[in-house]
Ligand binder design. Structure first.
Ligand code: MN
Length: 129
């Protein structure tokens, strides 16, 4: 057992650029421990991840705003405050904020994250409501 006190001294928010489109910041909640990592992720409107998979899955808890989650081969699904998403191992997907809203989610990632290419603008929903 280990207790992680919030905002441990020296913990810094991470401006995510390499595998994200738009302005996205991640705030550490629990550093990688027994293959589990937890981050709060802040997406500006239209900000989103690249396509990716999680080795052993991921839980997203949307804590503010509205956005999108998309599994490859399926239409994007709207997610909003209070929604919880389970992404299974190796399911190729992306997630991000709607164009008209920021979105914050707590991401609990299990195992490694494997990053691929950016989500094309044409594949990103353009609704602003
Ligand atoms: Mn993910």
């Amino acid at each position: 057992m280990k207790v992680f006190h919030g905002r441990e001294q020296g913990a810094l928010s991470d401006h995510r650029t390499a595998t994200f489109t738009g302005t996205v910041w991640a705030d550490p909640v629990m550093p990688a421990t027994d293959n589990v990592t937890i981050n709060d992720v802040f997406f500006s409107p239209g900000g989103r991840t690249y396509w990716h998979t999680h080795e052993q899955g991921q839980v997203l808890q949307v804590t503010a705003g509205k956005g999108w989650i998309c599994q490859e081969g399926h239409a994007p699904q709207e997610i909003r405050t209070g929604d919880v998403v389970w992404i299974g191992p190796h399911e190729r997907h992306w997630h991000g904020a709607a164009e008209g809203s920021f979105m914050i989610h707590t991401a609990t990632s299990i195992g490694k994250t494997m990053w691929a290419e950016a989500v094309a603008d044409k594949d990103y929903p353009s609704t602003k409501d």
